[in-house]
Design a protein around this ligand. Structure first.
Ligand code: HEC
Length: 155
């Protein structure tokens, strides 16, 4: 009897889950583009770069994200020197980053990229002080450039 009961609950759950999934699919079909008010068109400025450059850029971007995660973790562990090194190396305006920003052949993009990387170096300096609050403030500023650029440009 007990087994029959629990079997029944399993079937009931499957049925409810199935019904809600079907409903979700139907809802999506009825309004394909309006999910969460996402814009239908991508009106951001295209950089128009080569497929090879695209891959290079995305790899570099994933490194930025990794750097941010590492820095947050290191602040929480009080490892400010290590965090500072990562900020300078991965987010700072190194000769490599400079060249890459310039290779996009879009002056406004390059300027924004430089401002972003300069804020990365500034973050590296603030991290040297060992002040977590100030460090998060500086990181917040740096991340505003991530948000601003992504809202403006696409590949
Ligand atoms: C000056 C411009 C600019 C800045 C600043 C910038 N990005 Fe990007 N990022 C881009 C562009 C352009 C793309 C490609 C977006 C597209 O085509 O939709 C991109 C894509 C990405 C992607 C997607 C990678 C993939 O493999 O799909 C990640 C993750 C990312 N950026 C993280 C970051 C983070 C984190 C920061 C800040 C710490 C940052 N970016 C700052 C321009 C920028």
């Amino acid at each position: 009897m007990k087994i029959a009961n629990s079997l029944f609950s399993v079937f009931a759950c499957v049925a409810i889950f199935g019904a809600s999934t079907a409903f979700a699919v139907e809802e999506q079909a009825a309004a394909p583009m309006h999910h969460h008010e996402m814009p239908i068109e991508d009106n951001r400025i295209s950089l128009g770069i080569s497929p090879q450059m695209k891959l290079h850029q995305l790899a570099s971007m994933r490194e930025h994200l990794e750097a941010v995660q590492a820095i947050v973790g290191l602040i929480l562990e009080n490892k400010f020197d290590e965090a500072s090194k990562i900020a300078h190396q991965k987010l700072g305006l190194t000769p490599e980053k400079k060249a890459m920003c310039m290779a996009m052949h879009n002056q406004k993009f390059t300027e924004l990229g430089f401002a972003f990387h300069e804020s990365g170096d500034k973050l590296g300096e603030v991290l040297q002080t060992g002040d977590a609050g100030e460090s998060f403030k500086a990181l917040h500023k740096t991340m505003q450039f991530c948000v601003q650029c992504h809202a403006t440009y696409r590949q």
